[in-house]
Design a protein around this ligand. Structure first.
Ligand code: C2O
Ligand code: CU
Length: 639
């Protein structure tokens, strides 16, 4: 609901600005009838805007205060004055189709209303949150200065206009200059957010721990078995039904080879880059590896160039479903195929069918695993089945299981309630899965066929049946949409925190490395200028994440899973730990993170296009430094 209201608010804000500007134009052009019509429309749509803001306030939207106190009065007050002053003159001129005799004061009121309406647009798309004193001054001046100039004589207004233009240019120039990516940028020497509104300059820690020393732990004991894998990144032509896609691959396939290990094993993965010119890394999405193994170019290592290699090592202590992907030019690399799945099995895996099902869209085709179409498998009735769903796309997918009841055994690798299966049985429920997220579904194979449907499509997903020719159980899927914050048994939630951070996600007009863009911001800033969150090892940290924009943001902290505390003010009644959770438009999520894995960890929106357009920040442990840099002089471009 809030999502629709926010979209409506954006639309109406733009429309109000266009109509008041139109009313000024028609009046100055002495078109009485047009001016009156546009004025009436402007008044009506302004009333709609007020109604939308009231509705947003009633739905508990976080940001309504700025609208009620600032941007609405800036258009409503001059709007009333304009209607009262200009309206009668326009009405009088109507029957005679005569030139309206509109006084200077009336024109000034119209201009003020237009200025106020435009400042509403600026407030949404440029200034954003938090509202600063300078922001308020700019919006008020936008409203009053043009009106004042209209009232005054010509010379003054030329001077005023020149001054205003100079101020605007200076502001924009400064924003442009400070947005350029420097030659070298060390994320450890970066402004930091200390929580609770305090901030500081980074780079104050000399000495300390280098990420290069936060590597995969002890070398294996003599005789200890090591699970070794080699992945070679290379360009390859991948065959889809009826066509060929030029992909970026691990070992020539999309997805890359599935990695499956046992809990407790020491894993060693050697990455070779054959010919990916952009460079490659391996990031273990959702797996809490030591920081030096996290695979983020420019933060935890240098991107591996063609001909190069890097060896990752970590102990697989935590069971569950994860995935790996390149974190160099990741928006393009993942989309084009540089990813695969990682499963850590418990020491005593239950027999039966255990299938990993990554969903990925490449070249406009949605793959289920490596299959372009419906993946049919024969499964005898009575078999215990575990489906490990992995969303490797930028957008959420909606899953449904037709033909059987099931339970959710894990979210993002972690068991429900941190242990085995305690979630209730679901039947017909639809499961929204955030970009980057995973679900483990378990059930016992019934006698009839079972289909895993993706986004309601009959020609995609998985079809399990005793006999390969079975007809799929029919859709459509109309069950309730599962809210994972309410699945599982309630547990005591922590209520005392060592630090608190608030992240406001938005979309605003910004310069990105010197180029003006409609960018994705956190606290009004874009990468690399978003302050890092500074923590100390052992602290319990609360994040409040608020989406002020009109698009969902699947947020992904590296190296940690977080416990969901509340969603939209409603305490979580389930017990869910996640590393990829979607904060919808207007939503407020509160999550707790235990700082138990020292390093410099990227956090970002896993709609990787949004990350590439600004929505990237870092969690920094006090005392950790990085020998790696991003910037024009490096070849590291993690986003
Ligand atoms: Cu899949 Cu930075 O992550
Ligand atoms: Cu996003």
């Amino acid at each position: 609901m809030t999502a629709r209201l926010i979209a409506l608010d954006l639309l109406v804000t733009l429309l109000v600005a266009a109509l008041w500007a139109g009313a000024v134009g028609c009046t100055l052009a002495r078109k009485a009838r047009a001016a009156l019509a546009v004025l009436v429309a402007a008044v009506l749509v302004t009333a709609v805007r007020v109604a939308v803001v009231v509705a947003l306030a009633r739905s508990g939207w976080w940001f309504v205060q700025e609208k009620v106190l600032l941007t609405l009065p800036l258009v409503v007050l001059p709007g009333i004055a304009a209607a009262l002053l200009a309206g009668p003159a326009l009405v009088r001129a109507w029957p005679r189709r005569a030139d309206p005799v509109v006084g200077r004061a009336a024109v000034a009121a119209l201009v003020a209303a237009a200025g106020g309406a435009v400042s509403g647009v600026l407030g949404v798309f440029v200034l954003g949150y938090p509202t600063t004193v300078i922001g308020v001054v700019v919006l008020v001046l936008c409203t009053l200065v043009p009106a004042g100039l209209t009232l005054s004589n010509g010379r003054l207004s030329r001077l005023g206009a020149a001054l205003a233009a100079a101020a605007l240019l200076a502001g924009a120039g400064n924003a442009w200059w400070s947005s350029r990516l420097p030659d070298r940028l060390d994320m450890a020497a970066h402004p930091v957010d200390l929580g609770g509104g305090a901030s500081a300059m980074g780079g104050h820690h000399h000495g300390g721990v280098s990420i290069a020393d936060l590597r995969g732990g002890p070398v294996p004991a003599p005789g200890e078995p090591v699970r070794r894998f080699t992945l070679t990144a290379r360009m390859a032509a991948v065959q889809l039904a009826g066509r060929t896609v030029e992909a970026w691959t691990f070992d020539g396939q999309v997805p890359g080879p599935p990695l499956r290990v046992r809990q407790g094993e020491l894993v060693e993965v050697t990455l070779h880059n054959a010919d990916i010119a952009a460079g490659v890394t391996l990031h273990w999405h959702g797996y809490p590896v030591p920081n030096g193994e996290d695979g983020v170019a420019g933060v935890t290592q240098d991107a591996v160039p063609p001909g190069g290699e890097f060896v990752y090592r970590f102990r697989a202590n935590q069971p569950g479903t994860y995935w790996y992907h390149s974190h160099q030019r990741s928006a393009e690399a993942v989309r084009r195929g540089l990813f695969g799945t990682l499963v850590v099995e418990p020491p005593d895996p239950t027999a039966g069918l255990d299938l990993t099902v990554p969903i990925h869209t490449i070249g406009g085709t949605m793959l289920t695993g490596a299959v372009d179409g419906l993946d049919r498998r024969s499964v005898p009735p009575g078999t215990p089945v575990r489906l490990r769903l992995v969303n490797t796309d930028d957008s959420p997918h909606m899953f449904a299981l037709r033909g059987t009841a099931f339970r959710l055994a894990a979210v993002d690798g972690a068991g429900i309630n941190g242990t085995g299966i305690t979630g209730a049985e679901l039947a017909g429920d639809r499961l929204p899965l955030a970009a980057g997220g995973r679900y483990d579904l378990v059930f016992t194979m019934p006698t009839g066929p079972v289909q895993l449907a993706v986004d309601g499509r009959n020609d995609r997903g998985l079809l399990l049946s005793a006999d390969l020719t079975a007809t799929p159980p029919p859709g459509p899927d109309v069950g309730p949409v599962l809210d994972i914050t309410r699945y599982g048994t309630a547990q005591a939630l922590p209520s005392r925190f060592d630090r608190e951070f608030t992240l406001v996600l938005d979309r605003q007009l910004r310069f990105l490395d010197g180029v003006p863009r409609s960018a994705y911001t956190v606290g009004g800033r874009v990468y690399p200028n978003i302050p890092s969150q500074l923590v100390r090892e052992g602290e319990l940290v609360r994040f409040t994440i608020v989406n002020r924009g009109s698009e969902p943001h699947p947020m992904h902290p590296h190296g940690h899973r977080v416990q969901v505390l509340s969603r939209n003010g409603v305490p979580a009644t389930g017990a869910v730990w996640t590393d990829s959770f979607e904060v919808g438009p207007g939503e407020v999520w509160q999550v707790a993170l235990r700082a138990d894995n020292p390093g410099i960890w990227m956090s970002h929106c896993h709609n990787l296009k949004h990350a590439a357009e600004g929505m990237v920040l870092h969690l920094i442990y006090d005392g950790v430094r990085s020998p790696y840099v991003v910037g024009h002089s490096s070849s590291n471009h993690p986003e």
